[in-house]
Design a protein. Structure first.
Lengths: 186, 186
């Protein structure tokens, strides 16, 4: 951020009075521009014992497999965002179920919130952000080609819970130090 | 938003190619400025059977009671944000526990995420954003003076779960139409 979105004058970094963090503050109108983490909403769509996965057509991680997930929009609920992303990425109608996982992705300034879901029919397809969409049995999941650590975490916890006959909520922090992922479960 | 934060030129509202939503797009450098919901992280700090509440010193809802809660910051985890807000608003050290409630506050473009918590000692105090901080028994909670519907929802579910000896996750959407709150539980 270089300029004030309100008045167009340059901004500078400073800690406003009464605050504890550096913010972009306008040198003209003094507006404080806060930047906060964004939510990625997604789900694990099930059809019988199979799970729907999407191969990404876009960066980051084009060519790798993921769950339907994406940025939550203003004015929508988390669950509706997760269902919308299933429609956009996999042309898939889902019914959102219980909360599965919340992953704090610290460096990316994101919180990934993943729900269990039921696929309502098998008339899914390949959305514009996907190269391929397919149903996988647990034993067939391409673990070596997963796009994101948060997706792998959610999927593994989903399968373990399903095996155990429970539906828990799982928490993980993902950070990166010197190119190495640092994980913390809570 | 009137001006581009990257280059300072005016922005206009349009639906970018391949998108489904109107965005602020720069007329100079074509940067797309996305706006997404922000997370409010908070907790219900317990000390024995009592619950810690804060009377707000700032708008909105100055003079009304709330749980310690506030905007999550970039680079922190949800649970750490909730603990930080307890320290800032009530000078209170807490241990964050299980997830209690997620409330989609649609018009405000916010998601309120509230955890159960244990107060670690009673050396709390009155933070700069509070007028008063106090421990309340369930029977003494000033329901008529609650600051926010999301806080009232979280507190009522917390008490009902505690009575029942369970720790569930509760979901609600809050919207406003013609000045009237429209609630949807999930």
């Amino acid at each position: 951020m270089n300029f004030c979105a309100a008045c167009g004058q340059p901004v500078k970094l400073e800690v406003p009075a009464g605050d504890h963090f550096e913010r972009h503050v306008c040198t003209g109108c003094a507006t404080i521009h806060y930047q906060n983490p964004r939510i990625i909403a997604g789900c694990v769509p099930q059809w019988g014992s199979k799970i729907l996965l999407c191969k990404r057509a876009i960066e980051p991680r084009a060519g790798y497999w993921t769950l339907p997930a994406g940025f939550m929009e203003n004015g929508e609920a988390l669950q509706d965002a997760a269902a919308r992303e299933s429609m956009e990425e996999a042309l898939a109608r889902v019914q959102i179920g219980s909360l599965l996982a919340i992953v704090n992705v610290l460096r990316a300034h994101q919180v990934h919130i993943i729900f269990r879901a039921q696929l309502l029919d098998t008339d899914f397809g390949v959305g514009p952000e996907s190269l391929e969409v397919a149903l996988y049995e647990a034993s067939e999941i391409p673990w070596a080609e997963m796009a994101f650590l948060s997706v792998e975490f959610a999927l593994r916890r989903f399968l373990a819970d399903r095996e155990a006959g429970v539906e828990q909520v799982h928490f993980r922090d993902i950070d990166w130090r010197d190119g190495v992922a640092v994980l913390r479960d809570r």
